[in-house]
Write a protein that binds this ligand. Structure first.
Ligand SMILES: Nc1ncnc2c1ncn2[C@@H]1O[C@H](COP(=O)(O)OP(=O)(O)O)[C@@H](O)[C@H]1O
Ligand SMILES: [Mg+2]
Length: 340
C-alpha cells in the first residue's frame, strides 16, 4: 500500500473526508466520547484505486469551499472525484456529491434559494475581472463583491461607488490579490442589517439545532465561527466564565420560526443533512438569506455556554447523529452483521 492510499479499517466506521486538520478535533473527540470508530480522509495528497471498492461505512464530507486557500488549487476536483467514486459504489454519504456542488457555488445557492421564494440579495455574476464593472453597472452603491467559491469572507468587499470598483478590478483578475479560484466574482446588493448582526442558523440531521448571532459592528466580513478565526474585540472584558465574543446564541429563533421550517424543507429537498445558513434581518422586516455553508466549525464560546446550560453542544449532536447513521449502514452490510 502506498503511503498516500486512503486509510481504511475492516469494520464499518465513520469516514470523515476533509481538507483541514485544524477543524476536525472537536468532532473526533465527540465521536471518541461515544466510542464511534472513525477514520480521516484528508485531501489532497491521496490516491484512490478506481478498480477497488471503497470500504464499508458511513462517509461524511466536510470538504469546504475555501480549501484552495490552504492546500492546492485543484482540491475541489479531488473532492468531486472521491465523492463520485463513493456514490458509484452506493456508499451512504452525509452531505454528498450534490451538496458539495452547492458548497462551492454561491450562484447555485442563490438559485436554489430564489427558486423557493426566499428573500435573496440581488446578485449578478461576472465571469472574469473585465466584466466586473459591467456587472455592477445596474447596481446602486453600496454593493459588495464576493467570490462564487467563497467561505471565510473570500473576496467580500463593500464598494460605495462604481469608481471605487473600477479602481479595484485588477485585484480580481487572474494572478491578482483578490482573484477568485473559479474566475467568478459576484456583485451583490448590500443588505443593511436593522441591528449590527447577522444570524447563522445551524441544522444537524436536517433539523434545526440553534441560531447564532454574529456581531458585525466591527465591519469585518470574515465570519468563520471557528476558534482560529475568532478575533478578540478591542476593549472587551469578559464578565462571566466565557470571554465576550462576537458570537452568541439567539434563543428567540426556534424550530417554530417560519424561516427555520422553510430552511429545513430546502435542506430536505436538496439532500443537505448538516448546514449553517446565514441571513440578515432588515429594518423593513425581511429575512434575507445569502449563504449556505455545508460545514461549520462550531464556535467554542457558544458550544461551552451550551454545555454549561445543560444543552447538547452541536459537536455532540453531530456525533450522535453519525452514530445512528453508522448503525443503519452497518445493519445493511452482510459481512459486518455476520462478524457481530
Ligand atoms: N449582500 C450582503 N449585504 C451585506 N452584508 C453581506 C452581504 N453578503 C455578505 N455580507 C457579509 O459578509 C459576510 C461574508 O459573506 P458570505 O456571503 O457569508 O461569504 P462567505 O461564504 O465567505 O462566508 C457575511 O456574513 C455578512 O456579514
Ligand atoms: Mg458566510
Amino acid at each position: 500500500m502506498s503511503s498516500h492510499a486512503l486509510p481504511a479499517v475492516v469494520d464499518p466506521a465513520v469516514y470523515i473526508i476533509h481538507d483541514n486538520p485544524e477543524w476536525i478535533g472537536p468532532f473526533t473527540e465527540a465521536l471518541d466520547r461515544l466510542g464511534v470508530a472513525h477514520v480521516e480522509w484528508l485531501l489532497p495528497e491521496t490516491t484512490i484505486d478506481l478498480t477497488a471498492e471503497p470500504p464499508q461505512g458511513l462517509f461524511w464530507s466536510r470538504l469546504s469551499a475555501s480549501a484552495h486557500t490552504r492546500t492546492d488549487p485543484h482540491v475541489k476536483e479531488y473532492g468531486r472525484a472521491i465523492l463520485d467514486w463513493l456514490a458509484a459504489a452506493e456508499r451512504r454519504i452525509i452531505n454528498g456529491r450534490g451538496v458539495y456542488e452547492l458548497e462551492v457555488s454561491k450562484i447555485r445557492q442563490h438559485r436554489e434559494l430564489a427558486a423557493r421564494g426566499f428573500e435573496v440579495p440581488r446578485t449578478a455574476a461576472a465571469f472574469g475581472a473585465e466584466a466586473l464593472t459591467e456587472a455592477a453597472a445596474a447596481f446602486t452603491p453600496p454593493f459588495i463583491t464576493k467570490h462564487n467559491q467563497g467561505g471565510k469572507g473570500l473576496g467580500v468587499r463593500r464598494f460605495d461607488s462604481h469608481a471605487e470598483l473600477a479602481a479595484a478590478t485588477e485585484e480580481f483578475a487572474l494572478g491578482g490579490a483578490n482573484a477568485p479560484i473559479d474566475g467568478i466574482t459576484l456583485i451583490q446588493e448590500y443588505v443593511q442589517p436593522a441591528q449590527p448582526f447577522i444570524t447563522r442558523a445551524e441544522f444537524i440531521g436536517g433539523r434545526f439545532h440553534f441560531a447564532v448571532r454574529v456581531d458585525v459592528s466591527g465591519g469585518s466580513f470574515e465570519l468563520c465561527p471557528a476558534d482560529a478565526c475568532e478575533i478578540p474585540r478591542a476593549g472587551a472584558t469578559g464578565t462571566g466564565p466565557f470571554p465576550v465574543s462576537q458570537f452568541s446564541l439567539r434563543p428567540e429563533i426556534t424550530r417554530h420560526t417560519p424561516l427555520i421550517g422553510r430552511l429545513e424543507s430546502l435542506m430536505a429537498d436538496l439532500g443537505i443533512e448538516i448546514a449553517g445558513i446565514e441571513f440578515i434581518e432588515t429594518a423593513d422586516g425581511r429575512q434575507v438569506v445569502y449563504d449556505i455553508n455545508t460545514n461549520t466549525n462550531y464556535n467554542p464560546t457558544v458550544e461551552a455556554a451550551e454545555r454549561e446550560a445543560g444543552r447538547q453542544p452541536a459537536v455532540d449532536r453531530i456525533a450522535s447523529m453519525l452514530a445512528t447513521r453508522l448503525d443503519e449502514v452497518t445493519a445493511l452490510v452482510p459481512s459486518a452483521a455476520a462478524v457481530r
